[in-house]
Design a protein around this ligand. Sequence first.
Ligand code: APR
Ligand code: ZN
Ligand code: ZN
Length: 364
Amino acid sequence: MTATAAVLHEFGGPLQIEEIRFDELERHEVRIRVRASGICRSDLTVAATNHGFPVPLLLGHEVSGVVEEVGAGVQGLSVGDHVVGCPVNHCGRCDSCRSGRPFQCSNHGATQRAAGLPARVTSGGSPATQFIGIGGFATHAVLHENLVVRVPAEVPFEIACLLGCGVSTGLGAVLNTARVQHGDSVLVVGCGGVGLNAIQGARLAGARRIIGLDTNDAALDLALQLGATDVVNAREDDPVARVRAANGGEGVSHAFEVIGLPQTLDTALDALRTGGQVYLVGVQKPDAVLGIPFRHFFAQKSVHGVAMGSSIPHLHIPEYADLYLQGRLQLEPLVANRIALHEVNDGFERLRRGGVARSVIVFD
Ligand code: APR
Ligand code: ZN
Ligand code: ZN
């Protein structure tokens, strides 16, 4: 079975549109005809610099589509189902998985093929790597069933794909990881495809103040539209003082860093009140060393690592789909740009230039 994919052969180079080949399905695999695939900043980060993923590399990890074939051992998914791929690679059997924390699975390689089996997918005859188990910049994808979640057919594909990463990560960081409550005050540093969902999570949680911080006024306009009560442009003088002023002169209880820069972690820490919490949603360089002045710990502040918004895919993605269908989660404004697969490098360029919200690759 062949498909057309955007393949990365060289870090820093462009993606190449070419044919890939899938092996026969193993028992727990699912083949999807891809209908939409969002471009997340993590795809660009990984394409730009070597993070240790072997090439040829199939990027794209925010994918929706229709099930075309299921392996003999797959339960609960049928041909024709509308599905979303969610890159929480988890085994379902370890202590973390069994205690409801698949995002902390100690055996996340379990969703890959066992050594000795033929590669699941090849490019030019060489085994290709599916970035975090997905590889969604392609007409088709073969995923382990644990990464495939059925969604109601009423959710348009270009919206559904966002549930797999941008929504799970941003909304989840606020609702699942931080468990923000009504009355809390929330700062979201970076109002892009992920941060705008953190803002919506804070709105759904009933936060009293929701402050968006970004360098881009268009992103801040979207933040206001999606639930921010106040916005601050980080290019203005003393943005931390402006955040505090927007919060009645006090630091915030929760700050979400949704960019992945050491300096915006500093901003988030400075904007906290005593005892406040920072959540690192943005992906930093793997070897980044984050220097934190001790005074923050003396002020009882904490910094938390977050992966995939602590999402339990099969529990939370249907919940987020319901919120969307009920009009409580706004996802249309996040699809800023629809492109074809062969325009994927333009989508990366738009992200590099600082385009607002998501570019989504749509397929016929
Ligand atoms: N200060 C404030 N805002 C900034 C700064 C800065 N120094 N630098 C960038 N931004 C803003 C951009 O203007 C943009 O609105 O951060 C936002 C980032 O959004 P996107 O580029 O859409 O990135 P996104 O896909 O949301 O990912 C954000 O989360 O999952 C991770 O890997 C992902 O680290 C990335 C982060
Ligand atoms: Zn992502
Ligand atoms: Zn596990």
